[in-house]
Design a protein around this ligand. Structure first.
Ligand SMILES: Cc1ncc(COP(=O)(O)O)c(C=O)c1O
Length: 435
């Protein structure tokens, strides 16, 4: 797996091309910074999950973790490929509604969903992934008031430590997420004693950017174990087991195993566990975010000044940074990049590459997008294309320094379509109460 979109190539002008579009032209047409999504890569990544499961374990569902990148156009494309959605806020749910998606395939997560949002979820008829007892009690009250039944899944904490960055690890025992082991029967009793709640199954999520298949296989053991405890204590059956998301992608040169390999190993264990416990095979659910959208996305920036501090380093400054992609400043995330208008230099004249630090434009010395990268000599107005930025860039973007967030285009077959407008100064002040 490369860190570039599947359609990436060098065109006859020596420019970087994605989805049949010259990225230098895209930068000219839409301005920079610019988020670019390659439709073919996005759809291919969805199909990797959907087609493997369809052929090997049809009683299954893939949910796109919309937190990775959420807007109506992307959600539509993903759902068009047969996926459902994981949402974790009223805002993500609202976006799904606006996109006219099938809400019965939406699962609502969150460790502390505000009551108003929980009510919106129940009213919309989505599946609720309950994270604690307090939420279950509120859910019962809300459903009673709305005279509706809520389909409920429990998020459990499997205590599995995946080898990934600590800040994005969520499956450890010491985690804010999930119902603790010693509370799970109490949770099941709340549901079995309610006329308004229907128990559908169990959910786990053990972290993100994981390359090891074993923790996912172990999840099956833990999920079946909890399911058995709940069945024995209350008679409730976990008909759905949700393995969460977290499969890794290649930002630099990481080599994740192909998605079908991950799915096949998990399926094997699910079948073995169901046979061992003599219970019907459950529906299985996967919730990928990053592995669907990240490799489909690149971000384009224009270089401004280039500054050399003799004996120390060269800085190349871009017109974006931590507000459009906070991952490097948040958790030291690394990226690969190229100069979109100098691809032939890059690939043919490796020796002429120089070391640069790519710095953002924001008022934080930590606003460094790439600490060190070898690139051809950088000049003012060059276009920097950063790879694998589809996930958790736009979705975590801010207006720090009151900078407008960038637009997004989808590219396919030589055609570019604007799916998100660039924010304007007027947008920035639109919520200000001007005294
Ligand atoms: C509950 C849940 N599901 C799915 C995901 C998606 O993870 P990833 O984007 O790493 O696939 C996350 C990410 O934090 C999550 O919290």
């Amino acid at each position: 797996m490369s860190n570039k979109p599947l359609t990436a190539k060098t065109n006859d002008k020596g420019h970087f091309e994605v989805g049949g579009c010259d990225t230098v032209e895209l930068a000219k047409q839409f301005g920079t910074p610019l988020y670019v999504v390659d439709e073919l890569t996005l759809r291919h990544n969805c199909r990797q999950y959907v087609s493997t499961l369809k052929s090997k374990y049809p009683n299954s569902l893939v949910l796109y973790a919309s937190k990775a990148l959420c807007n109506t156009a992307v959600l539509k494309m993903v759902c068009d490929e047969g996926l459902g959605l994981d949402v974790s806020s009223g805002g993500e749910l609202y976006t799904a509604k606006k996109a006219n998606l099938d809400l019965s395939k939406v699962y609502f997560h969150g460790n502390n969903k505000p009551l108003k949002e929980l009510e919106e979820g129940v009213a919309a008829g989505v599946n609720i992934v309950a994270d604690n007892l307090c939420e279950l009690k509120n859910l019962d009250q809300i459903s009673k008031r709305l005279k509706m039944t809520a389909r409920v899944m429990f998020r459990i904490n499997p205590g599995i430590e995946a080898h990934t960055h600590e800040f994005i690890q969520t499956g450890k025992i010491d985690s804010k997420f999930g119902i603790q082991k010693d509370k799970i029967i109490e949770a099941a009793k709340i549901v079995s004693g309610s006329r308004y709640l229907t128990f559908i199954g169990l959910h786990t999520h053990i972290g993100s950017q994981i390359f090891d298949i074993d923790p996912f296989v172990s999840e099956a053991d833990v999920l079946f174990d909890y399911a058995k405890q709940i069945k024995d204590a209350t008679g409730l059956e976990a008909k759905e087991l949700d393995f969460g998301g977290g499969w890794g992608v290649s930002y630099i040169d990481e080599k994740p195993a192909p998605v079908p390999q991950l799915l096949e190993k998990v399926i094997q264990r699910v079948r073995a566990k169901a046979a061992e416990l003599k219970i019907p095979e459950p529906k299985i659910i996967f919730e990928p975010g990053r592995s669907i959208i990240s490799p489909a996305g690149i971000t384009l920036y224009t270089i401004g000044s280039v500054k050399e501090i003799p004996g120390i380093r060269k800085y190349a400054m871009i017109d974006g940074g931590m507000s459009d992609n906070p991952r490097p400043i948040l958790y030291d995330a690394q990226y690969d990049a190229l100069i979109a208008n100098k691809i032939s230099v890059e690939t043919c004249h490796g020796k002429s590459l120089q070391k640069y630090r790519i710095a953002g434009r924001f008022c934080e010395s930590g606003d460094i997008l790439i600490k060190e990268i070898k690139l051809p000599k950088i000049d003012e107005n060059d276009i920097l294309a950063v790879m694998c930025t589809g996930a958790y860039g736009y979705s975590m973007a801010s207006n720090y320094n009151r900078v407008c967030r960038p637009p997004m285009v989808v590219v396919n077959n030589g055609k570019s379509t604007l799916i998100l407008k660039r924010e304007t100064y007027e947008d920035l002040v639109s919520q200000d109460v001007i005294l």
